[in-house]
Design a binder for this molecule. Structure first.
Ligand SMILES: *Cc1c(COP(=O)(O)O)cnc(C)c1O
Length: 404
């Protein structure tokens, strides 16, 4: 039996050596390695500023604080995302207003945004779901009309590209106002845990730096390097959202591998598409012509009537790990009715249950889709095995359906 995990970080001696170098250097907290990683990351995505933090969740939290999200405000976003996207809005005391997704791209449907705007709307938080760029041209156009900042949750989109005003650009330049990335091991490159915030605004970048380090006016690196005694002050209440130099050193090595990782992921994704093209009833992901995905996940839509759990179990029984499609935050117990709104019924207080008509494409995507293994080290033999396992599982599932 061949075992195929859902993913596998691509790390080796280079990353281990980088961590060792920092550990033995005497400076392990946020310092010169973080500064170098920020500079290299900014160059890679083409952003004027990049600020490293402890995770994408803390990055998104700081992004919303920087654009001024306050208690009582509303932020337009999607429910169909990892729960951190919606949680950060609530950390600010604001209310997430969920709009539905486009069922093909799994991304925010821009046509629904305007119906969600009220006088309390303070920002749009869009997601490049599982690495697929969302329709930023349409989202940014609406945002500019209403003078709303656009924060991009680009957790899975390190290396994704978008055709922007006739040119291919990296996600994170940013095309919106602020983009936030994740270095969790399930993402494209990893530092164990970690995040990055990019922006073109010097003012916001300065705010991220203040907020990530307790609101401290003079960072410890500056005091350490000074021949004069310096006393720091704390003008605002900040957080400890720092990345360590050990993580940053690993991240710098990961960044060097990024083109190879993205290339390999794209090759495997297109191979999946051709191998699975003839599978009856199976829906395959599509890239809009203006988007290039990292394929952080390869998500397929199961044929109508399939038993999602059964198909996944059949595959697991022969060694193939899969995951259910992306979750819906509004269906979780941590999201009771008074904590969120949906675009379709905003004036009436929104829908109140986990089965919300306004979010039916989001719910359907969670219930009907499945994520297949995809990682750069995956062999063609492993991939062929996954394809066969899926086709057998679907055949078996269809037979059960006929019998019952
Ligand atoms: C993974 C993920 C996050 C959270 O990233 P962390 O670095 O683990 O905090 C946020 N949003 C999306 C869309 C994600 O996929």
């Amino acid at each position: 039996m061949i075992m195929v995990p859902i993913t596998k970080p691509m790390m080796s001696e280079n990353e281990a050596e980088a961590a060792r170098r920092v550990i033995l250097s005497g400076w392990t907290s946020q310092g010169p390695e973080v500064a170098a990683f920020e500079k290299e990351f900014a160059e890679y995505v083409g952003a004027p500023y990049a600020c490293a933090v402890s995770s994408c969740t803390t990055a998104l939290h700081l992004a919303l604080l920087a654009v001024g999200v306050q208690p009582g405000d509303e932020v337009i976003t999607v429910s169909h995302s990892f729960i951190a996207t919606a949680n950060v809005i609530r950390y600010c005391g604001a209310t997430p207003v969920f709009v539905d997704i486009d069922p093909v791209t799994f991304n925010m449907d821009p046509k629904l945004i305007e119906s969600a705007v009220t006088e309390r709307t303070r920002a749009i938080l869009c997601v490049h779901q599982i690495g697929m760029p969302c329709d930023l041209a349409a989202i940014v156009e609406i945002a500019r009309r209403y003078s709303l900042p656009v924060v991009e949750d680009a957790a899975c989109a390190i290396g994704s590209e978008i055709l922007w005003q006739g040119q291919w650009e990296k996600i994170g330049k940013p095309q919106g106002d602020i983009a936030c990335f994740s270095f969790h091991p399930r993402k494209v490159i990893s530092t164990g845990d970690g995040g990055m915030i990019t922006t073109a605004s010097e003012e916001w970048d300065a705010k991220f730096r203040l907020l990530r380090q307790h609101g401290m006016s003079v960072p410890d690196t500056v005091r350490h390097g000074s021949s004069q005694v310096i006393f720091e002050s704390y003008p605002i209440v900040g957080y400890n959202f720092r990345m360590t130099d050990i993580q940053a050193a690993v991240g710098r090595e990961q960044l060097k591998r990024l083109p190879e990782i993205v290339g390999k992921r794209r090759e495997l994704a297109s191979r999946y598409k051709s191998l699975l093209a003839e599978t009856p009833g199976l829906g395959l992901p599509k890239e809009p012509e203006w988007a290039r995905s990292t394929w952080q996940s390869f998500c397929v839509r199961l044929p109508a009537g399939s038993d999602q759990r059964q198909v996944m179990q059949s595959m697991l029984d022969i060694g193939v790990a899969t995951r259910r499609g992306v979750m819906c935050s509004h269906r979780e117990d941590s999201y009771p009715a008074n904590t969120w709104l949906c675009a379709g019924r905003i004036g009436e207080g929104g829908c109140t249950t986990g089965s919300c008509q306004c979010l039916r494409h989001s719910q359907e995507a969670q219930d009907r889709t499945m994520i297949l293994p995809l990682f750069p080290q995956m062999s063609f033999e492993q991939q062929d095995y996954v394809v066969k396992a899926l086709q057998d599982a679907l055949l078996h599932d269809a037979l059960e359906l006929c019998v019952s």
